[in-house]
Design a protein around this ligand. Structure first.
Ligand SMILES: [Zn+2]
Length: 371
């Protein structure tokens, strides 16, 4: 993750970059920011900047082997610690839940504790960072670095360490050479004062309205007006703004936008959930949704020739205009329309909607990838 992918936060970005350039990187740092501020995203961009082999003046390159490994959360010298639910003996330390963590984080670097617990199917359980995990950190940093550079331990939500956190005090005070502890939390009141006093603290403010609005236009396809309105409502919490954005437009548009996002990013796990949800619309509901999709795609095909004016209005217009900037091309759009038409046929023949929609998701991914 590059700094440029982190929404706003120009001040903290500059301070972090300046620290690296002037060779003043404290070995234990705490980045504190409220939910949706992007503190975790910022921490990962910082790690990537620190380790990048071809960093520029203001960002990591995003392309070298190191950047790729950091972005994919597979760099052998970057360790992640996070709260997790106790589920019998299945998960004893973070490495046991690492695949889920990677998926959740890559999917949404603005996730919160609740999102993560949901990902672990443990909404009703309390997560924590137990002593066994903390002892494994001590062991990890005592080993040599794999790639000969820095070893970095990111601890997300140190609030969940409880008193056990004291296990780390000595390490935070006198860490081995070339080791960085990066703690990323939300609420100082819930973090052990003994931990806070041993770290260099950086507080992250909520995201500025102007930065938030721009991000909503670019990532959620909102109109300028809706984006500004939601940015004001969300008060610097990007996660909340995104939730609100889902309700700002017509129901079909939301489902459609979600499906397109899933198919373009090939998130097939999410496609299962989407198919389940969409199947609950019933046969007629699904048919009207598919027709809607066909219309959106046809509009997208026409825009390059006729322009968008007069075709649609409001959020739909924004979507088709934005979609059009992706330059999908006529052949792909035709293939995508065919997927919708054959899906419609199958729904009319009263097949199992979940299965049909899931198959259609796979077909849609193939259509999108079509050369
Ligand atoms: Zn790089």
């Amino acid at each position: 993750m590059k700094f440029s992918s982190v929404i706003g936060q120009e001040g903290p970005k500059n301070r972090l970059i300046h620290g690296v350039k002037t060779n003043r990187v404290a070995h234990a740092q705490l980045i504190l920011g409220s939910e949706g501020s992007g503190n975790l995203a910022l921490a990962l961009a910082y790690i990537q900047y620190l380790l990048c082999k071809q960093k520029t003046d203001n960002d990591s390159c995003g392309e070298c082997g190191t950047c790729r490994k950091v972005s994919a959360l597979v760099h052998p010298d970057v360790h992640f610690t996070f709260p997790f639910p106790k589920k019998k003996d299945e998960i004893e330390q973070c490495s046991d839940a690492y695949p889920q963590w990677r998926e959740a984080f890559i999917d949404d670097p603005y996730l919160n504790y609740g999102d993560w617990m949901q990902q672990m199917n443990a909404e009703n359980k309390q997560g924590n960072i137990p002593s066994k995990e903390l002892r494994s950190i001590i062991k990890k940093v005592s080993l040599k670095s794999f790639e000969g550079g820095m070893k970095i331990c990111l601890i997300w939500l140190p609030e969940y360490m409880g008193q056990e956190g004291n296990i780390l005090l000595k390490l935070l005070e006198e860490p081995p050479d070339q080791t960085l502890f990066l703690l990323v939390g939300e609420n100082a009141d819930d973090i052990l004062s003994t931990i806070i006093s041993r770290t260099q603290l950086m507080r992250i403010a909520p995201i500025l309205d102007s930065d938030m609005a721009l991000a909503l236009i670019q990532t959620e396809g909102l109109s300028d007006e809706d984006a500004s309105r939601l940015a004001r409502v969300a008060q610097g919490n990007y996660r909340l703004a995104r939730e609100l954005a889902k309700e700002a437009t017509s129901p079909h548009l939301d489902a459609w936008r979600q499906w397109m996002s899933i198919c373009f990013k090939r998130k097939m796990v999410e496609a299962f959930q989407w198919s389940d949800d969409t199947a609950t619309m019933g046969r007629e509901g699904i048919k009207s949704f598919l027709l809607y999709g066909i219309q959106v795609l046809r509009t997208c095909a026409i825009i390059p020739h006729k322009g968008a004016e007069g075709l649609w209005a409001g959020p739909e217009l924004d979507f088709v205009v934005k979609f059009n900037t992706l330059n999908i091309g006529f052949t792909k759009i035709e293939a995508m329309v065919e997927v919708l038409e054959s899906c419609m046929d199958e729904i009319e023949r009263n097949g199992n909607a979940k299965v049909i929609l899931m198959d259609a998701s796979y077909a849609m991914v193939r259509a999108i990838m079509k050369k």
